[in-house]
Design a protein around this ligand. Structure first.
Ligand code: HEC
Ligand code: HEC
Ligand code: HEC
Ligand code: HEC
Ligand code: HEC
Length: 469
C-alpha cells in the first residue's frame, strides 16, 4: 500500500524478493515457545527512546504499554487463573506480557518471577523482533531477539542496530496475531477483530489496521512526514505509535490523559447518528422517535475486542420546557447500571450451562451478537405517550454512549466506589417537538427529518475509503 518509495528501485525490489525467499523459510517456522529466550536477549524501551523519542512518546501510556500493568487485566487474570486451576496462565500472558512468556518468566501468574522489562507489556523490542508469524489468532508470533530490528522500511541503515524488512509490518495480519482470540479448548472465537475486518469492505480494499490506528487520520490513512530516528533521513511517512482504540478508562487511571483524550476522539469519529421525531405532537398522543446508528468509521464491529465487556447504547431523553422528564431510555441508575435501554450493542457469551457470562475463559457459546458491523446501520424505535400538563416545546436528546465495562463488574473486582467507569458520548442529536397549535413562524428550532441529507453525505464519504497512496 505504501506508495512507491520503498519498491521503486530495482535494487530494492530484488532485496524484497530475496527477503521473501528467506521469509518463506522463517515464516513457516513454529511460533516461539515458552522460555525459548532469555529476558537478557531483550532491550529496554528506555534504550530505544534515546533515538526514537517521538515514537516512544506516542507509545507511552497506550494500552500496548499497559497491556500487562492494566489493573483491570491483572484482576481478571487472577479470576481466570483461579477458575481454571491455572490452565489459562500462559495463554493470557502470551498477548499481555509476551516477553514474560517467551523468556519463561510468567507463569507463575502472580508475577513474582518477572523482571521490569517483561512488565512493560507490548513494547518496542518485542514488536520489532517479530521476524515472522504462523498465522492469525492466539499470538503465533516468531521472535528473533538480537541486534536486528525488523520493520517496514527496507532501506534504513542506522549505525546502532541492524534492520531487516518484513512486509508483515504493513499488513493487518501483523495485528491479527493478537487481535483475534480463540478459546484454546473449545475453539469459540471470542475476539474477532481481525476476521471481521478481513470480511469487511475495508479488508477487501486493503485499508489495514495501521492506516487508521497508526496514522493521524483516525478513520483513514493520513501521511505524517518526519524522521523515524535521530540521524535518520526525512521520510514521506512515519507511522505514529499512539495506537489507540476506545479505552479511555484505563489510560485515565494510569495517568495517561493524552491517550484517554485520543480514545475519546476516535470514538467520536466512529459512528453517525440520524434521528427523526415528529415536528408536533398533542398531549396524550403517541410519539415515535426513530434513530439510526451507522458504523461509519471503524474497520470492524462497534464494539470489538472484548465486546462481551464493552457497552454501547442509545440514550433517549425527552423533557418539557420546564425540564420535566417525559421519557428516558438508557439512563444510569444510582449504581450506574444501564436501565431500560432498547439494546446494548455488544456480545453475550454463554457458559457450559448456557447462562450469560462475562468470564470469556468459561464461555462455550455466543448467546447474542448485537454489535454494529463495519458500515452497517441499525435502527431503534422509541414509542411513548405524552402525558397531560406539559409545557411546550419539548426537547428530544438522543445520545450514543460507550462504556469500557459495566460498573457492576468493576465494583465487583475493585470494590464499590474505587473507580467510576466513564460514559463517553460518541455522538448526539437534539430536536424539538411543538404543540400542534404553534404557528410555523414560532417553530424556531429546525426539527430534523429522516436525516436524508446527512445520510447521503456519510455514504459518499464512505465510498472514498481511504487508502495509503
Ligand atoms: C504493537 C507493536 C508495536 C510496538 C509496541 C512498537 N512498534 Fe514500532 N512499528 C510497528 C509497526 C506495525 C510498524 C510499521 C507500521 C506501518 O508501516 O504501517 C512500526 C514502525 C516503526 C518504525 C519505522 C518508522 C515508522 O514509524 O514508520 C520504527 C523506527 C519503530 N516502529 C520503532 C518503535 C519503537 C522505538 C517502539 C517503542 C517505543 C515501537 N516501535 C513500538 C509495531 C510496533
Ligand atoms: C543510537 C540510535 C538508535 C537507537 C538507540 C535505536 N535506534 Fe532504531 N533506528 C535508528 C535510526 C537512525 C533508524 C533509521 C531511521 C530511518 O532510516 O528512517 C532506526 C530504524 C529503526 C527501525 C526501522 C527498521 C526498518 O527497516 O523498518 C526500527 C523498527 C527500529 N529502529 C527499532 C528500534 C528499537 C526497537 C530500538 C530499541 C531496542 C532502537 N531502534 C534503538 C536509531 C536508533
Ligand atoms: C477504517 C478505520 C479502522 C480500521 C481499518 C481499523 N480500525 Fe480499529 N478502530 C477504529 C475506530 C473508529 C475505533 C473506535 C470504535 C470502536 O471501538 O470500534 C476502533 C477501535 C478499535 C479497538 C478498540 C475496540 C473496543 O471497542 O474496545 C481495537 C482493539 C481495534 N480498533 C483494533 C483494530 C485492528 C486490530 C484492526 C485491523 C484488523 C483495526 N482496528 C482496523 C477504526 C479502525
Ligand atoms: C503481541 C500482541 C499484540 C500485537 C502484535 C498487537 N497488539 Fe494491539 N493490543 C494487544 C493487547 C494485549 C492489548 C490490550 C491490553 C489491555 O487492554 O489490557 C492491545 C490493545 C490495542 C488497542 C487498544 C484497544 C482499546 O480498547 O483502546 C488497539 C487500538 C490495538 N491494540 C491495535 C493494534 C494494532 C493496530 C496492531 C498492529 C499494528 C496491534 N494492536 C498489534 C496485543 C497486541
Ligand atoms: C491472542 C491475544 C490475547 C489473549 C490470549 C488474551 N487477551 Fe486479553 N486482550 C487482548 C486484546 C487485543 C485486548 C484489547 C481488546 C479491546 O480493547 O477491546 C485484550 C483486552 C483484555 C481485557 C480488557 C482490558 C481493559 O482495560 O479493558 C481483559 C480484562 C483481558 N484482555 C483479559 C484477558 C484474560 C484474563 C485472558 C486469558 C483468559 C486474556 N485476556 C487473553 C488480547 C489477548
Amino acid at each position: 500500500m505504501r506508495g512507491g518509495f520503498i519498491r521503486n528501485s530495482l535494487l530494492l525490489t530484488s532485496t524484497v524478493l530475496l527477503l521473501a525467499v528467506i521469509c518463506s523459510f522463517s515464516c513457516t517456522a513454529e511460533p516461539t515457545r515458552f522460555g525459548e529466550h532469555s529476558v537478557n536477549d531483550f532491550v529496554s524501551e528506555s534504550t530505544c527512546k534515546q533515538c526514537h523519542a517521538v515514537i516512544h512518546n506516542d507509545w507511552e501510556g497506550t494500552m500496548h504499554y499497559n497491556a500487562y500493568l492494566d489493573p483491570f487485566y491483572l484482576e481478571e487474570v487472577k479470576v481466570a487463573s483461579h477458575d481454571t486451576d491455572g490452565l489459562v496462565d500462559e495463554f493470557c500472558s502470551r498477548c499481555h506480557t509476551p516477553i514474560g512468556v517467551v523468556s519463561g518468566e510468567i507463569p507463575p501468574i502472580d508475577g513474582s518471577g518477572m523482571s521490569d522489562i517483561s512488565k512493560h507489556g507490548v513494547q518496542c523490542d518485542f514488536c520489532h523482533v517479530i521476524s515472522g508469524s504462523d498465522g492469525i489468532g492466539n499470538a503465533p508470533f516468531i521472535v528473533t531477539p538480537g541486534n536486528v530490528k525488523w520493520g517496514p522500511f527496507g532501506d534504513a541503515t542506522p549505525s546502532y542496530h541492524e534492520t531487516e524488512y518484513l512486509e508483515l509490518y504493513t499488513q493487518a495480519e501483523y495485528c491479527g496475531m493478537c487481535h483475534e482470540v480463540i478459546h484454546p479448548v473449545n475453539g469459540l472465537v471470542i475476539d474477532d477483530t481481525y476476521s471481521t475486518w478481513k470480511d469487511s469492505q475495508y479488508g477487501k480494499d486493503n485499508v489495514v489496521c495501521q492506516d487508521c490506528h497508526m496514522t493521524g487520520g483516525i478513520t483513514e490513512f493520513k501521511a505524517n512526514p518526519g524522521r523515524a530516528g535521530t540521524g535518520g533521513p526525512k521520510r514521506d511517512h512515519i507511522s505514529s505509535h499512539d495506537i489507540v482504540g476506545a479505552n479511555a478508562f484505563i489510560p485515565e487511571i494510569m495517568g495517561a490523559q493524552d491517550v484517554a483524550k485520543k480514545a475519546i476522539e476516535r470514538l467520536q469519529n466512529a459512528a453517525t447518528l440520524q434521528v427523526s421525531s415528529p415536528e408536533t405532537a398533542a398531549e396524550e398522543s403517541e410519539v415515535t422517535i426513530m434513530a439510526s446508528i451507522t458504523n461509519s468509521g471503524a474497520g470492524h464491529n462497534i464494539p470489538t475486542g472484548v465486546s462481551e465487556i464493552r457497552q454501547v447504547w442509545l440514550e433517549v431523553r425527552v423533557t418539557d420546557n420546564e425540564g420535566k422528564e417525559i421519557y428516558h431510555a438508557g439512563a444510569l441508575d444510582s449504581e450506574r447500571n444501564i436501565i431500560s435501554a432498547k439494546l446494548i450493542y455488544n456480545t453475550v457469551l454463554g457458559d457450559s450451562e448456557g447462562n450469560a457470562t462475562e468470564s470469556f475463559w468459561l464461555a462455550e457459546s455466543m448467546l447474542e451478537d448485537n454489535r454494529i458491523g463495519p458500515e452497517e446501520t441499525v435502527n431503534e424505535e422509541h414509542t411513548f405517550i405524552l402525558p397531560e400538563d406539559i409545557t411546550y416545546p419539548l426537547k428530544v436528546e438522543t445520545i450514543l454512549n460507550y462504556r469500557s465495562a459495566p460498573q457492576e463488574l468493576i465494583d465487583k473486582l475493585f470494590g464499590q466506589g474505587t473507580y467510576e467507569v466513564p460514559v463517553i458520548r460518541m455522538n448526539e442529536m437534539s430536536s424539538t417537538i411543538y404543540h400542534p397549535d404553534t404557528p410555523m413562524e414560532e417553530r424556531t428550532e429546525a426539527t430534523p427529518g429522516y436525516g436524508i441529507v446527512a445520510a447521503t453525505m456519510s455514504l459518499l464519504l464512505m465510498m472514498h475509503i481511504f487508502k495509503r497512496k
